[in-house]
Design a protein around this ligand. Structure first.
Ligand SMILES: C[S@@+](CC[C@H](N)C(=O)[O-])C[C@H]1O[C@@H](n2cnc3c(N)ncnc32)[C@H](O)[C@@H]1O
Length: 205
């Protein structure tokens, strides 16, 4: 994305799409039970999912992305959050996460995994940085059908030019994810494709 696209993406994420992140933040807390410790938001963009989690937990955050422009957005969004957060940004690729082994309680990622190449290395890195008992919640979607319908309606009215752009690269299919998770020696894991999007979850034993 160029700078102007990053700016538009950021304003849509903070406005029209805000309910998507709130929806998944609640799902993640309900599914993992993790509300304390630290959270790594992979491919964080402007930090939207992590910031939604910050509203309902006392987690500390590492906002991680390969794009310096998106990390700049994340820093501005952290500064504008409304209260002081324990948060920092980190630049790099998910295939080589610059963090110690067993140093993260919760890894979340929305809207980034379709862009990843070398999926087995990426999942292996996420597993490596998780502490025993830590969880990964990785995927994408527009929330449940009701959230999605509301978001799509707002997009039609407010950003018709943006909603017609299909920015997604070809998706990996379920089998591709299963093979990569297996190659990374992650066991057990779940790959769920439903009307809430595609979500890959695992807990480190
Ligand atoms: C569509 S944006 C999603 C941003 C945000 N998570 C959201 O839900 O709106 C995808 C993000 O993934 C990042 N990304 C893609 N491949 C990556 C990789 N290999 N390592 C780290 N970040 C990556 C991009 O830079 C971009 O910020």
């Amino acid at each position: 994305m160029n700078v102007s696209e990053v700016t538009t993406y950021n304003s849509i994420a903070l406005g029209v799409n805000a309910s998507i992140y709130a929806y998944y933040a609640n799902r993640i807390v309900a599914a993992t039970g993790i509300t304390t410790g630290n959270c790594l938001d992979v491919g964080c963009g402007g930090g939207y999912l992590g910031l939604a989690l910050a509203r309902i937990t006392t987690l500390e955050f590492i906002f991680f992305d390969q794009s310096p422009e998106m990390l700049q957005c994340a820093e501005e969004n952290i500064a504008n959050f409304g209260r002081r957060l324990h948060a920092r940004t980190l630049h790099g690729r998910v295939q080589a996460i610059p963090l110690d082994d067993a140093s993260v309680d919760l890894v979340v990622s929305r809207g980034s995994v379709p862009f990843w190449d070398d999926l087995a290395t990426a999942f292996g890195e996420i597993h490596r940085v998780l502490r025993p008992g830590g969880c990964a919640y990785i995927g994408g979607g527009l929330g449940d059908p009701r959230t999605r319908a509301e978001v799509e309606e707002r997009m039609r009215r407010q950003h018709p030019e943006w909603q017609n752009k299909d920015r997604r690269p070809p998706r990996h299919d379920n089998q591709h994810y299963i093979e990569a998770l297996t190659a990374a020696a992650i066991d057990p894991f779940a790959v769920n494709r439903s009307d809430e999007g595609l979500w890959i979850t695992f807990r480190k034993s």
